[in-house]
Design a protein around this ligand. Sequence first.
Ligand code: PLP
Length: 421
Amino acid sequence: MDRDHQWSSTSYIKAYPLVVSHGRGAMLEDLDGNRYLDFMAGIAVASTGYAHPKVVAAISDAAGRFQHLCGTDFYSESMAVLMERLATLGPGRSKKRVFLTNSGTEAVEGAIKLVRSSTRRSDLIAFQGAFHGRSYGGMSLTSSKAKQRAHFGPFLPGVHHVPYPNPYRLETGGRDAGAFVLDLIRNDLFKRHLSPDDVAAVFVEPMQGEGGYVIPPAGFLAGLRELCDQHGILLVFDEIQTGAGRTGKMWAAEHAGVEPDVLLTAKGLGSGLPIGAIIAKESVMKWEAGSHGSTFGGNPVCCAAALATLDLLEGGLMDNARTMGEWLLTGLKGLQGRHEVIGDVRGLGLFIGIELVEDRRTKAPAKALAHELEQRLFQKGLLVLQCGESVLRMAPPLIIDEGDVDTALQVFDECLSETTR
Ligand code: PLP
């Protein structure tokens, strides 16, 4: 840790003093031999857990053959197979095409170019609380924490932020949060500020991640689809955190039964190896040869990891995420009944947020408590991570079992009692 502090970029923050030696399944062990039950999975990445034998075998086999051949300019079998697999797994019936990236941000950045070139329009709509990455395009769409944008401007022009339909927090005068936001876009934004004809796309997280693990009300995404169709606007789902099985289905879009024009994935797709994808309708992904590329995107070792991950997700892990998620959510709702500081518990599959408040009536975010609880949980061997203002997220590897869920609930209960005593 001392060496890290001496040499690392000062922009890094560390959630807690954990130095990992190795991992197995959902457990991590630090250099001192302490073991941790990991309910954050390197920020929703280690989907198949640590050192899954099938993923390790796929990676070793691919690495033993060749490690690189720029996929933009040359063919490789695993890249073609992965693109075919992702295109056919993409939600909805339309034929899709795929561009492979090294990260979530790179997928967002490519998608901004794609929607602009496809529509020949410039403007973009995104949501307050959204996180879409750290590059200029990604940052321009992001509206999560002011610190992430401070002193970095100017950003992309023509980006318009509207409220995210957060059912717990958005003041709507009793109206459905989704209908409220759609109405705001239709009757305020499009009437007073912005011609819909100038809008290339709406970028939305179908469930907000960094913004606090927020699930929008039923019907919102379908309403957004309708609004986009009405004005020839493309709909982009950023599923970088929600995708690859995390919510119990391959894509969060499937819960809403909505087909976006473009879907972005990364994080859990490669079980920790850096790979992401832009999955777009064929009618949209028609940019000219040479107009977009990437040296490392579609790296054969990463493609092998992604293919092995998809096999495991479809071979039972998505079902497990659904079952374990329900178990965990029920347990957490039980804890909410006994701990006043839990204002809200929400989630789908293993994408679960626990919002801590000072007072249930005012819903004032209990920021200090969220931090203290996160640190205490770490001390007791359970890894979780904050998001939003005062939310603790649980996003474990999708391989966890009942014993892991019960352990996590017990430790969470103990730490809550100790912190609020
Ligand atoms: N989009 C969403 C929804 C994310 O959660 C993240 C990362 O947290 C990103 C984009 C950026 O992805 P990456 O950190 O892989 O560049």
